[in-house]
Design a protein around this ligand. Sequence first.
Ligand code: ADP
Ligand code: MG
Length: 691
Amino acid sequence: MLDSLFKPRAVALIGASTKELSIGNVIIKNLRRFDYKGTIYPINPKAPEIRGIKAYPSILDVPGDVDVCHIVIPPEMVPQAVEDCGKKGVKNVIINTAGFKEMGAEGEALQNDFVERGKKFGVRIFGPNCQGIINTDPEFKAYCDFTFTYPKPGHISIVAQSGGVGAVIMQNFFDLDVGMRMYASNGNACDISIPEIIRYWGNDDETRVIVLYVESLDDPKYFMDVAYEVAAKKPILAMNAGRTEEGAKAATSHTGGLAGGKATDLIFRKTGILAFDDAQEMCQAAVAFASQPIPRGKRVGMITNTGGPAIIATDTLVEGGLEIPPLSERAEKVLKETMFASASINNPIDVVATAGAPQFRSAVDVMMDEEQIDSVYINFVTPPFVDCESVARELAEVSKHKRKPIICNYMTDKPQWLETTKILNEGGIPCYDFPGTAAKALVALSKYHELRSRAKGNVRNFRDVDKGKAEAIINGAEKSGIGILSASDVYNILDAYKIPSASWKIVSSTDNAVAAAESLGYPVVIKADSPKIIHKSDAGAVAVNLKNSDEVRRAATEMEKKLSGKKFNFFVQKFLTGGKELIIGAKAEANLGHLVMFGMGGIYVEILKDVSFELAPVTDTEANEMINSIKMAPLLKGVRGQKGIFIKGAVEILERISQLVSDVPAIQELDLNPLFAFEDKIVAVDARIKI
Ligand code: ADP
Ligand code: MG
């Protein structure tokens, strides 16, 4: 329970300062300005008072109980301050001071020191290297933070690892005149973690939407547990920075966390968190989530009193996967009676610029009653010749019943239409300044519906696998200190998991290579198998389409010459033609498990990076989605007379790989590249496993 942190009855501040431009002064100013309802105890050994509030020389001198104590003193003094707080019985400290784990070993030692002391006394630690918390609840009005935006009460709670981003998000809601419930930015998060905060807000009725910004997840498994639990209760919208490889590197050096990049987005999807690439888009969507119901489908009813914006919005809606279906005859009949003669009475309903309250109301009512409409998009420009306030009142009235979500692109001069704006805001109608922005918010609501209602599928458990054999091979390799498995080990593991590969033999001499080729049947491929050669074709260690013994002998001799000095075996394999090249792989992620990857092989993976990922264990539904979500998916299904591939086989290989890496977690990386995919079978011709 984080009640004592977010609902503090008394806040102290070690490092309270009389200097106006110091954090130790600004936090007191903020508590005051936000009208904090509890007691403030500035701690300062010299000053008798700060900002007119009596100060105490030490936290131990404070007369009353303290729920939260800020610590804003140099890093080397922080451990003693935490100790003092412990002795005083302080429940939580917010350590704003920086200079700990994020600064390297010395700072980390200091951090470990105060974490220990906190544990000893049962003091919970928020931070260090952080901003703090805000709670707009009128009963508390706790502004334990040094930021400068003073939000009004609302239903969106924000947690951001980075204070800078958190502040931007909070400012954005403020600019949109949308209230906020609680705020937290916990920096290094040495004790109180983001999942713990999310879980707390999951149980906070006034929080209707959680907005999350992370750069890395320290404990992805714990995060997932909490995310499953809370996302089932209320929408969580999230943005993950560090999506690109460059970004991920920067994230690691920034907060010293783990994961990031792909894994985090997969965790979001799997647990039902709606992910965004852009912080502003996320904020704008959050406004809609805070006041509107989730649509039950993709069908949008549009109402407009101006032409152009409807066209822009339509593009964005349709690109976002939404539909704008025609209305029923019944609806048309109603509209014929209520609309002006110049109005257009299908979807979009163009009520025309002269439309007043009765026309708007009838149009919205029709959309609410239409069975084939799931949500309503409105373009509302405020014509000076219309009573816009009564239009707004009708819209607010309908919105109150929350039958279907309403989103409004509201085009006006706010200072002139203050009252109209106020009615829309208080009616909880999300208003946006641009048609595209409004449409994107609606797309987000609809995506969320899709995400939450998507079938999860089942994890198939193959009983025909030989887990013991795979483990034995990996154990053997580990014992002999091998990092990259030999071809025979790799293919034996594939066999143990019934993952089909082209038939093969491993031999150590040219003569035996010829014999192996004879027994496999021509044409064949020969490859050099050695732990030193990772990318065989680059090293000249692959010879394909060898049709007879002479060609095998020649290729083998040439390979020996090229690789002179290196010890290697000949890997002789059946040559396959006519398939499409696929890649399937897996990669271990620290503290999480494995990511499984699917894509088109060859140039598609190298140039277009046309791949998809999922977290193991991969369900049947997810495996199908992985295949369907790559850009080249139509090619795999068959287009323009070209035959498709054996999709069921690809699904099964994904499932079997998922089972393999889950059974044998020592596998760090696994690559089947390429597999040849045919109409009726899929066969691996190259495989690599790193442990
Ligand atoms: P590496 O990836 O180490 O360079 P591969 O075994 O993947 O080596 O071989 C390189 C390429 O040769 C493959 O991408 C594929 O196009 C082709 N190739 C390899 N083995 C076969 C095979 N058995 N049948 C047909 N083509 C093959
Ligand atoms: Mg390869």
